[in-house]
Design a protein around this ligand. Sequence first.
Ligand SMILES: Cc1cc2nc3c(=O)[nH]c(=O)nc-3n(C[C@H](O)[C@H](O)[C@H](O)COP(=O)(O)OP(=O)(O)OC[C@H]3O[C@@H](n4cnc5c(N)ncnc54)[C@H](O)[C@@H]3O)c2cc1C
Length: 465
Amino acid sequence: MYDVIVIGSGPGGYVAAIRAAQLGMKTAIIEKYSTLGGTCLNVGCIPSKALLDSSEHYHNAAHTFKTHGINLSNLKVDLKQMIARKDDVVKQNVDGIQFLMKKNKIDVHHGVGSFVDSTTVKVTKEDGKSEEIKGKNIIIATGSKPASLPFIKLDKDRVITSTEALKMKEIPKHLIVIGGGVIGMELGSVYGRMGSKVSVVEFMDSLIPSMDKTMGKELQKSLKKLGFEFFLKHKVTAVESKGKEVTVKAENGKGETIELKGDYVLVSIGRKPYTEGLNAEAAGVKLNDRGQVEVNEHLQTSASNIYAIGDVVKGAMLAHKAEEEGVFVAEVIAGQKPHINYNLIPGVVYTWPEVASVGYTEEQLKEKDIKYKTGKFPFLASGRARASMDTDGLVKVLADAETDEILGVHMIGPRTADMIAEAVVAMEYRASAEDIARMSHAHPTYTEAFKEACLAATENRALHI
Ligand SMILES: Cc1cc2nc3c(=O)[nH]c(=O)nc-3n(C[C@H](O)[C@H](O)[C@H](O)COP(=O)(O)OP(=O)(O)OC[C@H]3O[C@@H](n4cnc5c(N)ncnc54)[C@H](O)[C@@H]3O)c2cc1C
């Protein structure tokens, strides 16, 4: 009898298992694939960042090195090697999780986990053999899979998802991306930087629509420079694939139709929770109408000893959100009283420039009728950004009009994925814009742009603009 069984070894599941083991509980983890780490490590965060880094190196070598005084000739992409390096990065990471399981004395069971009842899970291996294990507490961390539209046939050859886009055999000539969200913009960038024509068809009126509107607008400007073309407010109506050609039809709401022809179409319209094969009903675990496992504020399901975390429950589909929930649930099971501030989970898009955001967007503040003031600072005015030739973008700080408390920070620019951590710390400690404005920021760094935006929000007293 285990104290805790975790089903799924993504960032939610493996972190939950480690925390449970740290708290002295006898823990097992079940993973249906041969490698641990889930979507994030195998076909998500890590491989996409590996390809983003490689393609950015190429892009800089081709376009900005000359200005830096570095001349190269015969520059070309070796895609096979690029993908092989990505695979190696993935291997290092998934092997690392294997090591962490061993170190924390967590039993790893490979196979599909399905409930027999609320304390028994059957693990069915690839060869069909199965075993049953029992746990006092069970954590569902089965994650998500790419979503599609009913009329799209994902042949995974020309009509592909993010998983196939991470192991392409050739650089697309014309990649059509359906969906202007995070995954589409990141993977579109990978191939756009290496010469693909990229066309984006998005239903909403801006890119990365869940983020502050300024971010989507700025990102669109930068990606246009990379050669992207955009069809916003367009609803895809048909996707056809014939030989090496794909056709995407979309309409714009005014009855006008566009027809795009390319060699690959990436369907990146979001992800859906994954519970196939879990047999949740046998344990009395209820799903909601969106297919998510229904949980209360303790992430407890309708069966009191069963919890669920990560992409399979409501909330942002992010690895670090899943990780926080993994720690949270292990601590709840151990009788502790942990807390997660969901408003302060940052969101990042690893395009170049990077986009990073935490707290309320301007649109949300308006909707909630909260009076706010805005401070902005463009990277064009940052000495550090000029030195590295990364002057696209800005930092936008939203602070309470009366108390000056920082309510939201939205950044687009160089290394904002790392810079946003300062905003998270500031907001966790409920800092005012003036608090940050009065702290010394090393010069020259990109972080000075955050300080300057806080100065601008305080009394419109930015120094360098
Ligand atoms: C291309 C791409 C890029 C991304 N980039 C980022 C990023 O930069 N930053 C970020 O925060 N997020 C990113 N994400 C999202 C991130 O990958 C997910 O939010 C995260 O992986 C969710 O973690 P999880 O533990 O809930 O589930 P998952 O990582 O999906 O793991 C679930 C695991 O459960 C296993 N499983 C499912 N059912 C069973 C079963 N019945 N029995 C046994 N095992 C089972 C699955 O095989 C899988 O290994 C990206 C996603 C994609 C697709």
